[in-house]
Design a protein around this ligand. Structure first.
Ligand code: TXA
Ligand code: MG
Length: 344
């Protein structure tokens, strides 16, 4: 199969919508990352999503809607709290877990009686969903376990020849995935930190319980690979240095020097503020942006990780961030991408 690269013109979007209605797979930009879309109520299309991604059938998909008013199509009930959240954050980077409507195939929800739903804010995603007129199941448009795509080029690097088309809408603005909140528990449970911060959620609905892994303090000393739930993984190993920023950075530099002495090629992924300490070393550098600007760091994170990875370093080194705002989501992704977490 030849994957078509489409521009985001109305004619191309109409064509992509027709492909979706026919059960073909189309990748499209959202405000978070690119999604790998398929008709959510068509079992064959849903099965094809899992095949194209190489994703285990046990990992459920998010259903995307054009408008919150379509919720009753896929959710059997909408608790008042979900209505409040939808009003506050949709369209936007928030995914709500709700009771599944029986018309949503169990393949979408991996056999669960709950369904994940989101109304994306990106104009191309919105136009596509309106034109398709059907709910669209879409995981991130990467091979399973790999770094999520924030450009059409990233999508093609992973999925060319495996999907009908990708709509090129440029780099995605937020750059990390949506926040996933389970609204079927009391209080609701944060399952994945993302584009909407925990603080923003709690300002609207009060206390939220956090059940994401890994969390601060979970790993001590040199964590062994395999303890971490690895996702978003680059091809070359990433070591993450966690702890007070200054101490973590000093330790990172020490490890960089040791690796260089051992003849390894070293890449570093750091906030701009940290780069001065690395400039004299012959290492590959990707900067994330100002340390006090998590939005910019989130926007650049996956592209920087892919760019560094493509330079074939034997080892990549990064510093952990703090949990405030979007920092929680960036930190979660760095930890899941890391082969090793060094607590300083
Ligand atoms: O920003 C995003 O959410 C992107 C864009 C394309 O919308 N999508 C995305 O999908 O990141 P994916 O499949 O890579 O991640 C979906 C997450 C997974 O962690 C999955 O386990 C969780 O949502 N999820 C989906 N349905 C669920 C359910 N019924 N219960 C609990 N978790 C669920
Ligand atoms: Mg994903």
């Amino acid at each position: 199969m030849q994957t078509q690269r489409l521009d985001p013109s109305p004619a191309a979007i109409a064509h992509a919508a027709e492909l979706l209605r026919r059960g073909e797979l189309v990748a499209f930009p959202t405000e978070t990352v690119y999604g790998l879309g398929g008709h959510a109520l068509n079992e064959t299309a849903v099965a094809a999503i899992f095949t194209a991604k190489g994703r285990p059938a046990s990992d459920p998909l998010i259903v995307h809607l054009a408008d919150a008013g379509e919720l009753p199509i896929v959710a059997a009930a909408t608790p008042p709290l979900a209505t409040q959240l939808a009003a506050a954050f949709w369209p936007g980077p928030l995914t709500l877990i709700l009771p599944r409507h029986p018309r949503v195939p169990l393949a979408v929800t991996a056999g669960r009686e709950t369904v994940a739903v989101r109304v994306p804010a990106h104009p191309v995603a919105h136009a596509l969903l309106v034109a398709a007129g059907v709910p669209v199941a879409a995981p991130s448009a990467n091979r399973f376990g790999h770094t999520s795509p924030t450009t059409a080029g990233h999508v093609l690097a992973d999925l060319a020849g495996r999907i009908a088309a990708v709509i090129d809408g440029g780099a995605t603005p937020i750059g990390i995935e949506s926040t996933v909140l389970d609204c079927t528990t009391t209080p609701p449970t944060l399952l994945r930190p993302g584009g909407i911060s925990l603080e923003a959620l709690e300002a609207v609905i009060g206390p939220v319980q956090v059940r994401t892994r890994p969390t601060a303090g979970e790993q001590h000393g040199l964590a062994s690979p395999g303890l971490l739930d690895r996702h978003y993984a680059p091809d070359h190993e990433l070591w993450l240095f966690s702890g007070p920023p200054a101490a973590a950075l000093v330790r990172l530099r020490t490890e960089a020097e040791a690796a260089l002495r051992a003849g390894l090629r070293v890449g570093v992924l750091l906030p701009d503020d940290d780069l001065a300490l690395m400039r004299d070393l012959p290492v590959e550098i990707e900067s994330l942006g100002p340390a006090n600007d998590p939005a910019t760091m989130a926007h650049r994170l996956y592209a920087a990780l892919r760019a560094l990875d493509s330079r074939q370093p034997d080892r990549m080194l990064a510093r952990d961030l703090d949990d405030a705002g979007l920092g929680r989501a960036i930190r979660d992704r760095l930890r899941r991408a890391a082969a090793r977490v060094v607590e300083v």
